[in-house]
Design a protein around this ligand. Structure first.
Ligand code: FES
Length: 205
């Protein structure tokens, strides 16, 4: 700054107004302007990340339920050794928190199940379609009326008029194929998914 300007500094309206000066001012302003969007972008990105974390956290129970724990997977499939089950004997195993009845049928029980006129059944189903091997009946032991566990697994329990199972809650009766024959139950006992792994072993699930 020369001496004259030191003594008489230019008034605001006399400041350098050349195009070059405007350009420089504009550049500074531009720096400030470009700085603001960056901050905004950062805030938006941070907010989006927090939102993502929040969404994942809120959906975690659902996501976790889609990938069941190892013990749940193990429960979903069980292997049953049929070897020790004597002809005429019935056993109960737990599968997916439900009782499953396995009945080693005697020839007369099979014959009885197959002598029934199909049209007399409330839920007509051929016995052969409910078993994979004639002597083995596998059904879910839950009454199809309101979910009680029917009696008949033990020899001393009532088995109803058809030699299968008797539901003590409202009197439904099932035959030796697990088909409903009397009472309010609307459909037969469910046959769960299973397959024979060998002559004496089945896998449920
Ligand atoms: S629950 Fe079995 S008859 Fe009602």
């Amino acid at each position: 700054m020369d001496r004259a300007n030191e003594q008489n500094p230019p008034k605001p309206e006399e400041r350098d107004n050349t195009p070059t000066s405007k350009l420089q001012d504009g550049a500074k302003a531009g720096e400030q302007e470009t700085d603001k969007p960056r901050r905004r972008e950062f805030i938006h990105i941070a907010a989006a990340n927090f939102a993502s974390v929040g969404i994942v956290a809120s959906f975690w129970p659902i996501l976790a339920s889609l990938y069941p724990a190892a013990d749940v997977i193990a429960e979903g499939t069980i292997t049953v050794d049929l070897g020790p089950i004597e002809p005429g004997q019935r056993i109960t195993v737990e599968w997916r928190r439900k009782p499953v009845f396995i009945h080693h049928r005697m020839p007369e029980e099979i014959a009885r199940a197959r002598s029934v006129p199909l049209l007399s059944l409330p839920d007509p189903q051929v016995d052969r379609d409910r078993v994979q091997r004639d002597e083995w009946l596998v059904v879910v032991g839950v009454c199809t009326h309101l979910g009680c566990v029917p009696k008949g697994q033990l020899a001393r329990e009532p088995r109803g008029d058809y030699g299968g199972w008797f539901c003590p809650c409202h009197g439904s009766q099932y035959d030796t194929s697990g088909r409903v024959r009397r009472g309010p139950a609307p459909i037969n006992l469910e046959v769960p998914p299973y397959r024979f792994m060998s002559e004496t072993e089945i896998r449920l699930g």
